[in-house]
Design a protein around this ligand. Structure first.
Ligand code: C2E
Ligand code: MG
Ligand code: MG
Ligand code: MG
Length: 278
């Protein structure tokens, strides 16, 4: 925000705010080197169905900063978007994910797994995004119909026709689309109708107090009904307790992601405890 309002704005900030602006600038400078210095890593979190079967995995980006340690994507993804670094970083994520999908496709037990990748609106709106995804799929020989691209409501609001065309083109190849953090943005119901979505992910903020907050329960219930009536798969994010899972199952949601099922982990730690049951 400081950037958008111009350099002069800085002097109106209190010292704390100024420090945090500087901190952001430093972090952004470091992010420029993160890829080349191999500081980025993908972690993976499983998605499980009502029978306890692992059906898919979401790739989540991690940055190990040499001085600061782990930096959260919530902190550095916005910086990457502002600076344009999200383009090379997003391509790196996509390539890694496709390579992983290709490896799974060669092993019977893992072949049915889907792999979900978060795609920034900035990245999605690049004119060559379709070509890029097609190229990475082809280079890695990853099965397109196992790749799920997670987009957010903010994307759908911009240039809906172009976004729709991009989605349709990729969908012809088999790529699927999930609407992430559903309920937190400003998307209109008409987008849900017009866009070729496969999945709605209920934001974790609605799941957290599901059992004690009547409003959250009502919202989650409504999202599930909406998704089911539109023929979309509905995934609950941030499921931390068995009670939450039982509630969701009882209300018609059959896909779960959250610490109860498993934390995001490096790939080598993902299936050591239990193989995906089929
Ligand atoms: P998201 O896509 O909604 O991912 C889910 C977030 O919830 C992840 O945070 C995950 O670690 C966290 N989470 C999972 N289960 C639980 C739970 O039971 N309780 C709680 N409290 N949290 C849980 P993370 O990894 O910090 O990522 C934050 C956000 O950063 C992601 O939200 C996504 O929007 C963005 N992000 C992550 N990786 C990428 C990426 O490769 N590209 C882009 N463009 N964005 C990414
Ligand atoms: Mg996501
Ligand atoms: Mg989410
Ligand atoms: Mg998100």
């Amino acid at each position: 925000q400081a950037k958008a309002s111009g350099g002069n704005t800085l002097r109106f900030f209190n010292p704390d705010m100024q420090a945090s602006v500087l901190e952001r600038a430093n972090l952004e400078a470091d992010l420029h080197h993160a890829l080349a210095r191999h500081e980025l890593e993908l972690h993976y979190q499983i998605q499980v169905n009502h029978k306890g079967v692992t059906t898919g995995v979401e790739a989540l980006l991690r940055w190990y900063h040499p001085a600061r340690g782990w930096v959260s994507p919530a902190e550095f993804i916005p910086l990457a978007e502002e600076s344009g670094l999200i383009i090379p970083i997003g391509d790196w994520v996509l390539t890694q994910a496709c390579q992983q999908l290709a490896r799974w496709s060669r092993q019977t037990a893992y072949a049915p797994l889907t792999l979900s990748v978060n795609v920034s609106s900035v990245q999605f709106q690049q004119p060559d995004f379709i070509n890029l995804v097609e190229k990475r799929l082809e280079q890695t020989q990853a099965p397109a119909n196992r790749l799920v691209l997670e987009v957010t409501e903010s994307l759908l609001m911009r240039e809906p026709t172009r976004v729709r065309n991009t989605m349709l083109r990729l969908r012809e190849q088999g790529v699927r689309f999930a609407l992430d953090d559903f309920g937190t943005g400003y998307s209109s119901m008409s987008y849900l109708k017009r866009l070729p979505l496969d999945e709605l992910k209920i934001d974790q903020s609605f799941i957290r107090e599901l059992l004690t907050d009547k409003a959250d329960a009502a919202i989650v219930d409504t999202i599930i009904l909406l998704a089911v009536s539109l023929g979309l798969l509905v995934v609950a994010e941030g499921v931390e307790t068995q009670a939450q899972l039982d509630w969701l199952k009882g209300h018609g949601c059959y896909r779960y992601q959250g610490y109860l099922l498993g934390h995001p982990k490096p790939i080598d730690d993902l299936f050591t405890d239990k193989m995906p049951r089929r």
